[in-house]
Design a binder for this molecule. Structure first.
Ligand code: GLA
Length: 387
């Protein structure tokens, strides 16, 4: 018997307004440092001022759970004491988190949760991590499970790895939970040490341009990039057991093993080593207010993602190339896993309106697809309100 019953009309129970717990769970951007997190490298992300709002209450049953999305206008019910089956939809992020809680022996009982999302799906701003972390934070509060913020981050990442099947790193969940308003995080994904850098972009703004395309079939391209990096490490480890991840490689060591690697494996790792250096350089540029250098690093990062890591696509490349000769744009690059989603652009505030009109028209003419522009500001991580 399947353990899910879908419905489309809002159950009356969700008409009440005294939820016990309300969670605001934000999406994230990443300024630079792509595909470095699962290689134990550096990233420069932050949460944004756009979020998912989740409201929770216990329903005083042992096992019966009811979820409703006010955004999709549909919901589902399931039982905690029966197996969860994958749906390949948004339900999986919730099942994944609940499953991780159950695996850890946490005492969860029946609950109702209503969700309203102000995050576009598939735009590369991690609506999935926001949903996972939002559910995890809400259940943690509702049932007094005593998890620390970092436990929530790790549990949500495990939900995505184990149930959803995307072998993602920790960046998205970490930024969604731990960010501080008006700061960017320089995160060492090995030690999880975080430095919070004030986000001072002067007369510039961060602008996302959503290609509205996705060429990443069921995360298989993403996972295969990770496998290529891990396969490289396995080869090198045979002779050098102290090498645990791409983070431990130097350019010299990688070159030494070049003949034992496929061309692709070599290119992937070379990209990661260079990207790690770029992240550290970009963090320094941000601290010293050098937006020009910061922007140049964004462009070089994109070139690496396009040619060496090969996770870009014609739509993203078009948008980055389109920005290149505009003196009011400091930098532009694809953001997130790639194969579609957004570019992130550092652009002078007073030029945004005209640029959106111009680039949208050009993009539509080239691909016959509507472009969406989203202005974002660095925001605070998960916020929890109790009634
Ligand atoms: C996705 C993953 C992250 C990270 C980025 C690429 O967003 O969820 O863990 O690997 O891609 O940087």
């Amino acid at each position: 018997m399947t353990n899910i019953r879908a419905f489309s009309s809002k159950p009356a129970v969700f008409e009440n307004n005294d939820y016990e717990i309300i969670v605001e769970s934000p999406g994230r951007i990443n300024l630079i440092g792509e595909h470095t997190d699962y290689n134990e490298g550096y990233v420069l992300p932050t949460a944004i001022d756009k979020k998912i709002v989740l409201k929770f209450q216990k329903n005083h049953t042992e096992n019966f759970c009811r979820i409703y999305s006010d955004t999709f206008k549909k919901g589902f019910e399931f039982h905690l004491d029966k197996d969860f089956q994958k749906t390949s939809g948004w339900e999986d992020y919730i099942f994944g988190v609940v499953q991780e809680f159950l695996n850890s022996g946490a005492q969860i009982e029946g609950f109702d949760c209503i969700i309203e999302s102000r995050l576009p799906v598939g735009a590369g701003i991690s609506s999935s991590a926001a949903l996972e972390c939002g559910i995890a934070s809400g259940l943690n509060e509702l049932f007094q499970l005593q998890l620390e913020d970092l436990d929530i981050v790790k549990l949500s990442q495990r939900a995505e790895n184990n149930f959803v099947g995307s072998n993602c790193g920790i960046m998205d969940q970490f930024s969604s939970v731990m960010s501080k308003e008006d700061h960017i995080i320089l995160l060492d994904c090995r030690s999880l040490e975080a430095e919070f850098i004030p986000a001072d972009f002067k007369d510039c703004q961060l602008l996302l341009l959503n290609t509205n395309v996705s060429h990443n079939l069921a995360d298989s391209d993403y996972n295969s990039r990770r496998e290529e990096c891990e396969a490289t490490i396995h080869i090198i480890q045979k002779e050098k057991p102290e090498i645990k991840s791409v983070r431990d490689l130097s350019f010299e060591l990688l070159d030494k093993y070049k003949a034992k690697l496929t061309g692709k494996m070599y290119e992937r790792c070379l990209y990661v080593l260079k990207e790690n250096e770029r992240v550290l350089a970009a963090a320094n540029a941000l601290k010293s207010g050098n937006l020009k250098s910061f922007g140049e690093l964004m462009y070089t990062s994109h070139e690496g993602l396009q040619h060496n890591y090969e996770v870009s696509c014609p739509e993203l490349d078009f948008l980055v190339d389109y920005s290149r000769d505009k003196e009011f744009i400091y930098g532009s690059r694809m953001m997130g896993g790639g194969f579609g989603g957004c570019t992130i652009n550092l652009i002078k505030k007073d030029k945004i309106k005209n640029y959106i009109e111009e680039v949208s028209a050009a993009y539509y003419q080239k691909f016959n697809v509507q472009l969406d522009a989203i202005s974002v500001s660095p925001g605070e991580g998960t916020r929890i309100f109790k009634n």
